[in-house]
Design a protein around this ligand. Structure first.
Ligand code: SF4
Ligand code: SF4
Length: 419
């Protein structure tokens, strides 16, 4: 397993001095030591020394992680318990294999966007025929049978994908100032195409010629997080080949997780060839906007209500983006933009974590919802579709009247073209 990782696991584990600083910030740590990031590192050390075997108990502890990176940013020794947990999951997969359905999705589905779109169309048809997205639908009693909460907010599936709505190359609204490859990621392409349309619209308003290759595949985040490093490397390599061939100045993402993977994980975790070149070109959409826009290009949106901002873990701690979205929201909302306590605390989404650990995920969401309520905002913006999905679900679960949107949907509304 070590030969498939671009970092030295033994060095990472050896650096831990057992101080426990990571425990205080881990959203999943209860009073029990085995739930702490420190315990993950100690378990890994015991496994590497041959004192312990990898088994379902170890897998359970290692899967109990949102990959929010709070522990890594707090650690004085530079240990990254999230990466240790990831490596242990990969070791488990190497020894015991992966669930056949997960393996099929990772190895076949995620590398074939059209097939995924058809599969989602099938699920979307079931949604339409049963109207199961309606909260008072009695059919919802079947949801717990497939591991979902009965009141789970179900996004509309099977809509036209972003890629089927947009050509592979689009000119800006005015003269061409730069060229950008837009990487939307699976959540935006398949589930929230409106977030992708807003991103493309922003890029065009700022003078970018937008390239959106329709053969891009999943960025690989859920795949390596689940321990299938070979499949993750195959997806990364395919994307890198397409990106290098596009020959653009910048690569833009509007998903914190895709952005982190493209900017850092392809090189630092998977060690894929060509990843460094791509990393230098990659940035989040808010970084791009902050670079190109002037305040006179934004109209005020105060009348929409009071807005606050939630930091996606991967956007803030992974990509280092925190001031740009706040600056843009403040420019559009003036004093109707308010801060939130613990804005960088994880919302509990964690990609597929909320599907496989629904109760734990909602336990983490509790504090976030409280902080949103305390902020007094009626809208919360986030820079990652997975956070928006989790926030919407958490508000419905607690009957909180607050709207969660992607930051790009606000910026696009505020940004004037041709100014
Ligand atoms: S991982 Fe870092 S913060 Fe946590 S116990 Fe070890 S040295 Fe301390
Ligand atoms: S990444 Fe987040 S959830 Fe995972 S161990 Fe670290 S702090 Fe806890």
């Amino acid at each position: 397993m070590q030969d498939k990782l671009a970092y030295r696991l033994d060095d990472l584990v050896a650096a831990c001095m057992k101080c426990g600083f990571c425990k205080a910030v881990c959203p999943l740590h209860s009073d029990i030591e085995t739930t702490s990031p420190r315990a993950k590192v100690r378990l890994a050390k015991a496994i590497m020394r041959g004192e312990l075997q990898v088994g379902t108990g170890v897998r359970y502890q290692m899967e109990r992680c949102l990959n929010c990176r709070a522990c890594a940013s707090e650690c004085p020794s530079g240990v990254e318990p999230n990466k240790v947990a990831l490596a242990m999951r990969a070791l488990y997969v190497e020894q015991f294999g992966m669930h056949p359905i997960k393996r099929l999705v990772f190895r076949v589905g995620l590398s074939r966007p059209r097939l995924m779109a058809w599969a989602l169309k099938g699920l979307g048809l079931i949604e339409q025929l049963t109207a199961i997205e309606l909260q008072n639908n009695p059919l919802r009693c079947v949801l717990p049978l497939v591991g979902l909460r009965q009141d789970k907010d179900l996004p509309t599936l099977g809509r036209r994908t972003l890629m089927s709505r947009i050509p592979e190359r689009i000119r800006p609204f005015g003269e061409i100032k730069t060229s950008v490859l837009y990487f939307p990621g699976c959540a935006i392409n398949f589930i929230y195409p409106e977030m992708g349309l807003a991103t493309v619209s922003i890029l065009r308003k700022l003078g970018a010629e937008v390239v959106l290759p329709h053969n891009l595949v999943c960025c690989s985040t859920p795949v390596f997080n689940s321990g299938d490093l070979d499949a993750a490397r195959a997806l990364a390599s395919r994307n890198i080949e397409i990106m290098l061939g596009a020959n653009v100045e910048t690569i833009v993402t509007s998903c914190g997780s895709c952005g982190l993977t493209i900017k850092h994980e392809w090189a630092d975790t998977l060690g894929v060839q060509g990843a460094d070149t791509i990393s230098r070109k990659a940035m989040d959409i808010t970084e791009f906007v902050a670079q190109y826009f002037q305040e006179r290009m934004l109209k005020r949106l105060d009348s929409l209500g009071v807005v606050t901002y939630h930091d996606s873990c991967h956007l803030r701690r992974g990509m280092g983006v925190q001031s740009e979205p706040r600056y843009l929201l403040a420019a559009a909302f003036g004093n109707h933009f308010v801060g939130m306590e613990q804005a960088d605390r994880c919302c509990g989404g964690g990609g597929t974590f909320s599907i496989f650990h629904p109760e734990l995920s909602q336990d983490v969401a509790e504090l976030k919802v409280q902080r949103v309520i305390e902020s007094g905002a009626s809208i919360v913006a986030a820079g990652c579709p997975a956070c928006v999905m989790q926030l919407r679900d958490s508000f419905i679960h607690r009957r909180v009247n607050c709207k969660a949107v992607h930051t790009v949907e606000i910026i696009d509304q505020a940004l004037l073209s041709g100014v």
